[in-house]
Design a protein around this ligand. Structure first.
Ligand SMILES: Cc1cc2nc3c(=O)[nH]c(=O)nc-3n(C[C@H](O)[C@H](O)[C@H](O)COP(=O)(O)OP(=O)(O)OC[C@H]3O[C@@H](n4cnc5c(N)ncnc54)[C@H](O)[C@@H]3O)c2cc1C
Length: 393
């Protein structure tokens, strides 16, 4: 079976759906392919930070998400020595099973043709104008043609390699999470909780409240730390040590097993574009190092790639690829700082001092708030004067 579209989008997560909806609203015909049958679960912490809310607004879906997500009004940082500080930032939380279904519906309603159960196998450049993309559908090879292809297959390296965008197969991070329902605890707080603790050396733990009193609790490791850890063991230690986690588990009902997944972070290890084939979302490393948040940047890069195609397609592949790469370059400085700042998680003394200083000092608190809200330069995390203040004031 052969099908022709203006754009073939491979992967119907946040990146693929955001791109498909944006392109389809501009009048292009879109084939959106995914190997999974939806609704499908994606292992995630489920937190929507300000960049995700911003992208949802741009897609015209913020209202719908607000209606079914759990809105949070801050982020509580807890350090190893028990010091806490609340960061003012808007956010939300909802299970990816529901969010991704909503995003997919948002694409389909604009006219996008969704084809589930299609496992991407190969892509061929037919005549430098048209791509043929091959999928395995229940043991049979089926093809689709389009002048533009967007790869949005997430962290796993195999499809990125098949598309010719992979430079380095290693995913720099790994995280595990579990769902636990606890109604009494749900009445007590509505913040995203980030915990820096020695049981999660090289990363952090989280407890995020979601709809229906279901919490998402997990731990993640960044940089090289994930190579040296045993996530299940460290998760158990994390729960045993943190009083809030103990309360959650003791009085709560476990509603899912512990599940883990790699994260492709740092805008590194892949090429963003090859001719008319562009990589979007986590497959090109759009998940933040340091925080592990990636839903927002997945949607944002999906929108950026779609806008590059809409604005420049008449000028050819090189113009589209260049426009997209330029917009990715704008994101690079923040990712570069976050990549370097991952060392902090290996030094509990430093995270203690940072949380303590953030609690005491309005200016530092403003800067940390700016990190989440994307209103300040995160470079202070790496400067000597910045750390002199944090350590000695
Ligand atoms: C444990 C954990 C916790 C996290 N917590 C958060 C958080 O709280 N907040 C946050 O913002 N981010 C979080 N992230 C990161 C976030 O999950 C990713 O950044 C985000 O899912 C990336 O979206 P995407 O659309 O690029 O890829 P994905 O969401 O992975 O979607 C990729 C899609 O491609 C499909 N696909 C894959 N291979 C193929 C193939 N061969 N053929 C066809 N289709 C294919 C998949 O089925 C999937 O539907 C977390 C990640 C992990 C692992």
């Amino acid at each position: 079976m052969e099908r022709a579209y203006d754009v073939v989008v491979i992967g119907a997560g946040p990146a693929g759906c955001a791109a498909a909806r944006t392109l389809s609203r501009a009048g292009l015909s879109i084939g959106l392919f995914d190997k999974a049958v939806f609704p499908r679960d994606k292992t995630c912490g489920d937190a929507l930070i300000p960049d995700a809310l911003h992208a949802l607004k741009k897609l015209g879906l913020a209202q719908r998400v607000a209606q079914i997500s759990y809105s949070v009004h801050g982020m509580r940082l807890i350090s190893c020595d028990g010091t806490e500080v609340v960061i003012r930032a808007h956010g939300a939380c909802m299970q990816r099973l529901k969010l991704d279904e909503l995003l997919l519906d948002g694409a389909i309603e604009t006219g996008v043709k969704f084809l589930p159960g299609h496992d991407f196998c190969a892509v061929f450049d037919e005549n430098e104008k048209l791509y043929r993309v091959e999928f395995n559908k229940g043991g049979e090879i089926v093809s689709a043609h389009a002048p533009w292809v967007l790869l949005a297959t997430g962290a796993h390296p195999a499809p990125i390699k098949r598309a010719g965008l992979l430079l380095n197969a290693e995913c720099r991070s790994f995280a595990v999470r579990q769902y636990v329902r606890n109604e009494p605890l749900a009445k007590k707080f509505n913040e995203l909780i980030f915990v820096f603790d020695t049981t999660v050396r090289g990363g952090y733990g989280w407890i995020f409240p979601g709809p229906d009193a279901v919490f998402n609790i997990g731990i993640g490791f960044f940089g090289s730390a994930h190579k040296h850890t045993n996530p299940r063991r460290d998760y158990e230690r994390f729960i045993a040590k943190l009083p809030l986690a103990q309360e959650l588990m003791r009085d709560g009902e476990i509603v899912s097993p512990l599940r883990g997944a790699p994260l492709r972070t740092g805008l590194s290890g892949t090429r963003f574009a090859d001719g008319g084939l562009l990589g979007i979302g986590e497959c090109v490393g759009t998940t933040f190092p340091l925080t592990g948040e990636g839903i927002g940047k997945a949607m944002e890069t999906g929108i950026l790639a779609a806008e590059a195609i809409i604005g420049k397609c008449q000028l050819g592949r090189a113009a589209v690829a260049q426009t997209y790469k330029r917009s990715m370059d704008v994101l690079q400085p923040k990712f570069a700082v976050y990549r370097k700042a991952e060392f902090l998680f290996n030094w509990p003394y430093l995270t203690n001092r940072l949380v303590r200083h953030t609690r005491r000092n309005e200016t530092t608190r403003g800067k940390v708030e700016g990190l989440f809200n994307e209103t300040t330069d995160p470079a202070f995390l790496l400067t000597l004067p910045g750390w002199m203040k944090i350590l000695f004031h």
